[in-house]
Design a protein around this ligand. Structure first.
Ligand code: GLV
Ligand code: MN
Length: 218
């Protein structure tokens, strides 16, 4: 019996860890999100099954390039549980990122997902930074794939002369995103200037200059 105790405890630990590192496993075939429910749980409550249809599992918002008309030169279109309620409890989602020439999807993290991208069009420089502050980066082009580990800061920039586009798959129904610049300089209420001045070793006037260029996003 004693010889079983160790493997079982390791299995249990593994089960706990695997639930810690990804969306929880589903407990039924489908649990289409009732996005209008006022009940708050981890995820969304399920719609009654007699209200479920194929449309709950369908989304055509990624088939066309998004209109890129911002100063970053990139646009992310997401297919997560908020657009595709059938994804609730399934632990996956997609996004499409379109880039104008020179456009950048600026440094950001996904707190709940790793990400893998497939290049639909163009050529991009992509990279992520490890917790040891090592930049892992390279150029990728049509048909190629690159991966960003969960929680690590990463970016993509269009390196070609024309437009570029990627499809991103993420192992969460709602990966979450924090753009580093906005998180620090456009939070509401604001992160105190003194904190940012010390962290970045700059003056508070420079902090205010950066803040004024980044409007709060709620
Ligand atoms: C993908 O990188 C996204 O911004 O959701
Ligand atoms: Mn990303």
């Amino acid at each position: 019996m004693a010889s079983l105790a160790v493997p079982l405890s390791i299995l249990l630990l593994f089960a706990i860890l695997s639930n810690t590192f990804a969306d929880p496993d589903p407990l039924q075939d489908t649990c289409v999100a009732d996005l209008s429910s006022s009940v708050t749980i981890n995820g969304f409550v399920c719609k009654p099954s007699n209200n479920v249809s194929a449309n709950d599992f369908f989304f055509d918002g990624l088939k066309n390039p998004g209109l890129v008309n911002n100063s970053l030169g990139s646009l992310v279109t997401r297919a997560n549980v908020l657009m595709l309620p059938g994804l609730n409890t399934l632990g996956v989602s997609l996004a499409r990122v379109d880039f104008a020439p020179g456009g950048v999807n600026p440094p950001h993290t996904h707190p709940r997902a790793s990400e893998i991208i497939f290049v639909l069009k163009g050529k991009l420089d992509v990279g992520f930074i490890t917790t040891a502050n090592v930049l892992i980066s390279r150029t990728i082009k049509v048909g190629e794939v690159f991966t960003f580990p969960r929680g690590l800061v990463h970016y993509q920039i269009n390196k070609g002369a024309g437009n570029a586009a990627v499809i991103a798959a993420l192992n969460s129904q709602l990966p979450g995103i924090q753009f580093i610049a906005e998180t620090l300089f456009a939070a509401s209420p604001p992160v105190p200037d003194k904190v940012l001045a010390k962290a970045f070793q700059i003056g508070t006037m420079e902090v205010d200059n950066i803040k004024s260029g980044l409007a709060p996003k709620n």
